[in-house]
Design a protein around this ligand. Sequence first.
Ligand code: DGL
Length: 272
Amino acid sequence: MHKQGRRLFIGSSTDRHCFNIGFIDSGIGGLSILAEVSRDYPTQNYTYLADQEFFPYGDKPADELLMRLRSLVPQFVQGHSIDLLVIACNTASTGALAVMRELIKIPIIGVVPAIKPAAMESKQKRVGILATPATTESSYTRTLIKEHAKDCEVHLIGSSKMVQLAEAKALGGYIDRQLVSEILEPFHKFQVDTVVLACTHFPFLRKELAESLPTNVKLIDSAKGISRQVGRILSQLTHKNQVTTCKTKLLSTDDNVSSQKLQLALQSFLSQ
Ligand code: DGL
């Protein structure tokens, strides 16, 4: 059994029909997706699991990550009666979405790199993809590039260091701006005008990323697209007969991560 961590209630509204929407990520990153979805659908029930015991996902061998997800995700879905699951992690989605959909018989939305909108947005047809090493190497990402960015020059940066910087910042730590600039150096060299934030942790560094890149560079993430997908699926789900209390629960597999810190990370997004 994986640890489910302590629970935290961020807000609640009583006497409504709610679906249980589950989110999973290696850490705080998926909160950037939860923030968008819960802003759009404030009367649903949200359960978020940060798998910080296994953080970071992006530098783990693919088979180890798959084994972890095969065991953790069904347990999370069953244990919290999840109706709709968002795998709020590009690394887990590009590596394991198909397997998760075979394993778990509820609707599952995967967060994958927003390459199509970025290719359409790029004026110079020079696109940067900022992701984890696993996402940059995945065949899923390569296929997205082939299908949607044929007319673009695409430059990939895979950095677990950047993920760690985002996790540390969101949990109240210091952010090394010099290191952010060094990691982004290839995007300067290749003069990209659009960057895909292909890791859900990176919207937490939006300010630092924007300050380190030329002002003309657009940053594209997946949150709005995922929220629209959630809306489409919610409209197709049949309401359960029971009336429930809607609330948001934040859980971690790592007992050392304070619930209040997860709450603060979410609040920083909700107030953006
Ligand atoms: N937030 C995740 C992603 O979108 C995973 C980062 C990590 O744990 O390496 O890829």
